[in-house]
Ligand binder design. Structure first.
Ligand SMILES: Nc1ncnc2c1ncn2[C@@H]1O[C@H](COP(=O)(O)OP(=O)(O)OP(=O)(O)O)[C@@H](O)[C@H]1O
Ligand SMILES: [Mg+2]
Length: 260
């Protein structure tokens, strides 16, 4: 049993606290250091964009945040619980309670209606009746603006609508955090803007903590905070988009500017 002091500290701690996190992959003789000492704190209610060049470690960090993967070393506390020392089942449990995921390719079941896709994660929740599941899923589809598309299959929906279904599905277990790895990567710019707007609303109105990996400056700009990764390290952590953009530009152009 946790003591009162431990419990008080847990409640007072930030939603996400990452300390000195390292992740290395061993491929035969070659070791790839995907994360090389990352420190990051995210409070409840933040909207954060993770940006950086290809291979900089964004997905590795996202998979760590999402409790899908364990770091090689360091500490990750989620809602006050240490994840690094948890086993697979314990991690799955806290993931289901705290986190909803949205993917670049939507990951919806094709032969199933929007409503059934959203309901699906609830099948693993005990104690909910079929009509309660229906109602929860239906309300979420209304919430993401798809009230009139509930019986459509993914193939009968536009890309933006499919991603809205995926957002509704990610929210169905009432997570505190919504994670997305390139959630607008497969969308055209107009549709992408609509989905970004939805993320903004969920953050503002529903106080959902949102963390997105993105290559799209428009998405990064919509976030309230930008975290720039380079070679497995955070090189810029700012609420000023221009600063992040500058850090990215330096990253993309390793040539000394003054020589030109
Ligand atoms: N399973 C793995 N085994 C070995 N190396 C890996 C593995 N996953 C990632 N890496 C390496 O770790 C580094 C970081 O990869 P990561 O996928 O996190 O990059 P990223 O920033 O998400 O890139 P992108 O923008 O291209 O998606 C890369 O050098 C990559 O090759
Ligand atoms: Mg990636």
């Amino acid at each position: 049993m946790a003591t009162l002091a431990q419990e008080t500290q847990r409640i007072a701690s930030p939603l996400i606290s990452i300390r000195e996190v390292r992740k290395s992959y061993q491929l035969e003789e070659i070791q790839v250091d995907a994360l090389r000492g990352v420190d990051l704190e995210i409070e409840s209610g933040e909207f954060v964009a993770l940006v950086g060049a290809s291979g900089s470690g964004k997905s590795t960090l996202m998979n760590t945040l999402g409790c899908l993967d364990r770091p090689t070393s360091g500490s990750y506390r989620l809602a006050g619980h240490e994840i690094v020392t948890m086993n697979r089942d314990q991690r799955a449990k806290i993931r289901n309670q705290q986190i909803g995921f949205v993917f670049q390719n939507f990951n919806l079941l094709n032969r199933t209606s929007a409503l059934e896709n959203v309901e699906l994660p609830l099948l693993y929740q005990q104690g909910m009746t079929r009509s309660q599941r229906r109602e929860r899923a239906s309300n979420l589809l209304d919430r993401v603006g798809l009230g009139d598309r509930k019986s459509h299959h993914p193939g009968q929906l536009s890309g933006g609508q499919q991603q809205r279904v995926a957002v509704a599905r990610a929210l169905v277990n009432e997570p505190s955090i919504l994670l997305g790895d390139e959630p607008t990567g497969n969308l055209d710019s107009k549709t992408s803007r609509d989905v970004i707007q939805l993320f903004g609303e969920l953050n503002e109105r529903d106080a959902i903590t949102i963390i997105l990996v993105t290559h799209d400056p428009e998405v990064a700009r919509a976030a309230k905070r930008q975290v720039v990764l380079r070679d497995g390290m955070i090189v810029c952590d700012t609420t000023n988009f221009r600063e992040a953009f500058e850090a990215l530009r330096i990253n993309a152009e390793p040539v000394d500017q003054e020589d030109q």
